[in-house]
Design a protein around this ligand. Structure first.
Ligand code: GLN
Length: 285
């Protein structure tokens, strides 16, 4: 007779298949239909036996993770900046690194209104909506717009906005091409976590489950950033900020692109791993 697997046995099985401990814990909680933050529960329930349905769910989740699928796609959700987002293979899995971009954006946005009224913010390439929703949540008075070229991504982002009850306005657009300045006005802040991995980058081998168009950007990974920097000035208010996330070795070229486009106060910020991950600048008055 098959004896039911216990919590401790499942975690050992995951370890033997080289899963990170945190990934294994989250996937096991998911399989047990428990809250994903409740890792303390696992520690206290080493000997708890799984039901056959829970064990089947666990084996399926383990298999998917072993094949490289992000944990967030398996559980269908990801915590980002204190919000729980629904995510799946239609959108990039939001990274903790991107919280650096949100932190910086909030520094650029005082909690009060501008003399012209509520602050106007635009997130380019919103994916799951992570950045736009985090900003709208932190600055409820602000008017936040978010664009994506992918209708699939917009479907995911809109559902997250509805679920979180956040009033972000979505536009289908390839960067700023379909953003009508007459309708939205100029923005106090434009933020983006665009695709920035170079085609042919060996890291892509580990990222096969995420949408390619959310990851790669031409031979040097800067193609989309060049387009955004070229298009942004027409949509920024004087004194407005443009903040861009980019790859570990792209701070210097992105700074150069911003200076060449006439931006001032060009600067970069480090992520939690100490890597210069975001570069931004101000539209001159
Ligand atoms: N930071 C991601 C990675 O290299 C890429 C995300 C992006 O291109 N915006 O894994």
């Amino acid at each position: 007779m098959h004896t039911a697997a216990t919590v401790a046995e499942c975690l050992r099985q995951a370890q033997s298949r080289a899963l990170a401990r945190m990934d294994a814990q989250i996937l096991l909680l998911h399989s047990l239909q428990r809250p994903l933050h409740d890792r303390a529960w696992l520690l206290a329930h080493d000997h708890e036996a799984l039901t056959p349905a829970q064990e089947a769910a666990w084996q399926a989740a383990l298999q998917r993770r072993v094949q490289g699928e992000p944990v967030a796609y398996i559980t269908g959700r990801k915590d980002f900046f204190g919000l729980t987002l629904a995510v799946d293979a239609r959108v990039l899995d939001p990274r903790p690194d991107t919280e650096t971009l949100v932190d910086w954006a909030l520094e650029c946005l005082p909690e009060c209104m501008t003399e012209r009224g509520p602050q106007r913010i635009l997130d380019l390439g919103t994916g799951s909506g992570a950045v736009a929703l985090a900003l709208q949540h932190a600055r409820p008075q602000a008017q936040v717009w978010a664009v994506d070229a992918s209708e699939d991504a917009l479907t995911v982002a809109r559902a997250n906005a509805v679920h979180l009850n956040l009033a972000v306005q979505f536009i289908a657009s390839n960067w700023l091409s379909a953003v009508d300045v007459q309708r939205t006005g100029r923005f106090d802040l434009i933020v983006s976590n665009p695709p920035y991995v170079a085609e042919g980058d060996p890291h892509l081998a580990a990222l096969t489950h995420e949408p390619r168009q959310a990851l790669t950007s031409g031979a040097d990974g800067l193609e989309d950033i060049r387009q955004i920097i070229a298009q942004a000035p027409k949509h920024l208010t004087p004194g407005g900020w443009l903040l861009l996330e980019h790859g570990w070795d792209q701070a210097a070229p992105v700074q150069t692109l911003l200076r060449q486009a006439g931006f001032v106060q060009v600067q970069s910020r480090r992520d939690l791993g100490g890597i210069e991950r975001c570069t931004g600048a101000v539209m001159p008055e």
